[in-house]
Design a protein around this ligand. Structure first.
Ligand SMILES: *[C@@H]1O[C@H](CO)[C@@H](O)[C@H](O)[C@H]1NC(C)=O
Ligand SMILES: *[C@@H]1O[C@H](CO)[C@@H](O)[C@H](O)[C@H]1NC(C)=O
Ligand SMILES: *[C@@H]1O[C@H](CO)[C@@H](O)[C@H](O)[C@H]1NC(C)=O
Ligand SMILES: CC(=O)N[C@H]1CO[C@H](CO)[C@@H](O)[C@@H]1O
Ligand SMILES: CC(=O)N[C@H]1CO[C@H](CO)[C@@H](O)[C@@H]1O
Ligand SMILES: [Ca+2]
Ligand SMILES: [Ca+2]
Length: 593
């Protein structure tokens, strides 16, 4: 910041203080409103921290994380600078797919706690300036849901809640499923129901029957679910697997993909009738309208938002933001390109290309978002290598728009690859069998959060936890990283602190590859010192010359350096001859010389 700006900054601070003195004591709900400026709304530059509740913190010693556990760690999130968190499902569930199989969309799974625990969670979070986003799983319910039981019994009003179809007879007269659709989790997507004498569709496990969104009564019932939680004070929803919502009504066979020889594998066919149907977009737009209406009716609170999960093509994703006729959809269609399109073999051009491609395609006036990890994919340290943890967090936190990060990434937690077959609980891994489970298991990324070097990494007092704790917890844990002079956690925290600068909130952005190994980007804003981020994604050290990238020789001052860096914050560097170690990233400020 220039000296002139420091004065303006001080005046702003004074004004802010004055304003806060004049304002009445905020009620719980108006505390949902956190800091915004004239240019952007709260969610457009937030860090969304994903909590996997089962593995975050166990408060009662049963080896399973719970809501009281989360409540006890909210001060930790606040101290880290987190202002929004989304929780993987906490609803009543038989736990066939760890909460993604919901048997009552309006109640809390008892092993996680009660409704009053949830209310306490929302209130405590609000007091600490943290918004709660819930995971909404509309693609299916549990087969234990009342709706399914009634639908199987053809109870009046529930007949068409799910996707039911008659089978077909083969040459031998044996009953077969209606068509060749497979479940994402392997095997036919159809299951026979003896009571109703029909097949029902399940795109995931057979315990997860697909809801029929062509039935307006189902749409209405799900709207009520959203309103129920909005009335409890949540700030929005992350909507799971939206692209599986609709299937072609005439149930045609899907064409073969030629990519697999196993007719029971999901890759055997091309999913042109079961995925990404145009009706999905209309449903997303319908939910957006519901949220916007709710926000309009509760103007004292902040904007209620929707984030959507869909592993879909770029054009489709952009339509989720806003379609070609300007109808608004998802506030944040998740951008998974740092998960699906770059990896440890990627060079600098791949990173630049993936950043640019989102920004080029994104309709104007929307907020970009970058997802670097979640409960379904290997962790950053395991995907890019542990040496890259700081550089990847720098990238995530300094790009324009929203950062989405998974619990444990602030420590650089690693996947626990050595979970045995006996300990494995993830449904697709169980389906794959003892020889192949490691190829698909998501258990390694879901092991308990490593709080300290105490028993079970401070996660639980139980003799046995639901998934084993990574044995590296004695060194790799939060407490150790809080105490150390340099740690991934400290880097993460200073990045979140830096992110508050207006230049990172709304500064202009440009990015370039400097070589195959190194890319750099800058953020510029009138009256602020330019921020430069430079990252070496390769395994070797070399000399970088930033002169052409920054137009003229200027002095670089280090703002944030990684754990293993030879540089310190505040240190001055030459922009024309800067040595970067393997996998090193640096965030710097440019000073006029
Ligand atoms: C459903 O499939 C049929 C047969 O291929 C096709 O003619 C029709 O356009 C499809 N409907 C939708 C909504 O995609
Ligand atoms: C456990 O952590 C505490 C606090 O970080 C530290 O003082 C102690 O030495 C550690 N013990 C072991 C066995 O590593
Ligand atoms: C850096 O690049 C500039 C512009 O291309 C050039 O003039 C300068 O000599 C280079 N410096 C070094 C140390 O290579
Ligand atoms: C893309 C995807 O698979 N999303 C979720 C949809 O539902 C399944 C089954 O419940 C979940 O496991 C997935 O995370
Ligand atoms: C800054 C820079 O260019 N760094 C080096 C990173 O390592 C690769 C080798 O793989 C060098 O080619 C790069 O020059
Ligand atoms: Ca518990
Ligand atoms: Ca569906």
């Amino acid at each position: 910041m220039s000296p002139g700006h420091q004065i303006i900054g001080a005046i702003q601070l004074l004004l802010l203080l004055l304003c806060s003195l004049l304002l009445p004591t905020p009620s719980m709900t108006s505390l949902l409103k956190t800091e915004t400026d004239d240019f952007i709304d709260w969610w457009q530059h937030a860090v969304f921290y994903q909590i996997y509740p089962r593995s975050f913190k166990d408060s009662n010693g049963d080896g399973i994380g719970d809501l009281q556990g989360i409540i006890s760690k909210l001060p930790y999130l606040a101290e880290t600078g987190i202002t929004a968190t989304w929780l993987s499902p906490i609803f009543q569930s038989p736990m066939v797919d760890f909460g993604y199989d919901i048997s009552d969309f309006k109640s809390i799974q008892s092993e996680y706690g009660s409704m009053s625990d949830f209310e306490e969670l929302v209130h405590t979070a609000a007091r600490l300036g943290i918004k709660i986003i819930l995971d909404f799983v509309p693609n299916h319910s549990s087969n234990q849901h009342e709706w399914f039981k009634k639908s199987a019994a053809r109870a009046a009003g529930f007949e068409d809640y799910y996707v039911w179809a008659d089978g077909q007879l083969d040459e031998l007269g044996v009953r077969q499923p209606p068509n060749n659709w497979q479940s994402v989790f392997y095997g036919s997507a159809w299951e026979w129901n003896e009571q109703r004498k029909q097949y029902y569709l399940h795109q995931f496990t057979k315990e997860q029957p697909d809801l029929n969104f062509r039935n307006p009564v189902v749409v209405q019932a799900m709207d009520e679910v959203l309103l129920f939680w909005l009335n409890k004070g949540v700030a929005g929803f992350r909507i799971d697997a939206v692209n599986h919502l609709f299937e072609n009504e005439t149930l045609p066979d899907e064409p073969l993909s030629g990519q697999s020889t196993d007719p029971l594998s999901y890759d055997y066919t091309k999913h042109i009738y079961t995925k990404d149907l145009p009706e999905v977009l209309s449903m997303v737009q319908h939910w957006r309208k519901l949220l916007d209406d709710y926000t309009a009716q509760h103007p004292e609170d902040s904007t209620r938002i929707m984030m959507t999960e869909a592993y879909a093509g770029l054009t489709e994703l952009m339509n989720y933001y806003e379609d070609s006729s300007g109808i608004m959809g998802s506030h944040l269609p998740f951008n998974f390109h740092f998960i699906t399109d770059v990896n440890r073999e990627s060079d600098a051009r791949d990173f630049v290309y993936n950043v640019e491609k989102w920004l080029i395609y994104m309709p104007r006036g929307h907020a970009a978002n970058w997802v670097i990890g979640n409960h379904d994919n290997p962790r950053v340290a395991s995907r890019f290598g542990s040496a890259s943890v700081d550089a990847m967090n720098m990238l995530l936190m300094t790009l324009p728009g929203v950062a989405v990060t998974y619990n444990g990434e602030e420590l650089g937690m690693e996947d626990y690859r050595d979970i045995s077959w006996k300990e494995t609980v993830d449904p697709p891994a169980r389906n794959a069998g003892e020889l192949k489970f490691k190829m698909v298991s998501r258990d390694p990324v879901r092991t308990p959060f490593q709080w300290s070097n105490a028993t079970n990494a401070g996660f639980s007092e139980a003799a046995k936890t639901w998934l084993p704790v990574h044995p590296n917890y004695l060194e790799m844990n939060l407490e150790a990283q809080q105490q150390a002079a340099k740690s991934h956690y400290r880097v993460y925290r200073s990045l979140i602190e830096l992110r508050k600068l207006p230049i990172l909130r709304r500064g202009k952005f440009s990015i370039e590859p400097l070589s195959r190994a190194v890319f750099a980007f800058k953020r510029t804003l009138k009256d602020y010192d330019t921020i430069i981020v430079v990252i070496n994604v390769s395994g070797k050290e070399q000399l970088v010359n930033l002169t052409d990238f920054i137009d003229r020789p200027q002095q670089l001052i280090v703002e944030v350096a990684g754990v293993d860096s030879s540089y310190e914050p505040g240190q001055a560097l030459s922009s024309s001859a800067l040595t970067l170690a393997a996998h090193e990233g640096l965030v710097c400020k440019l000073l006029e010389t």
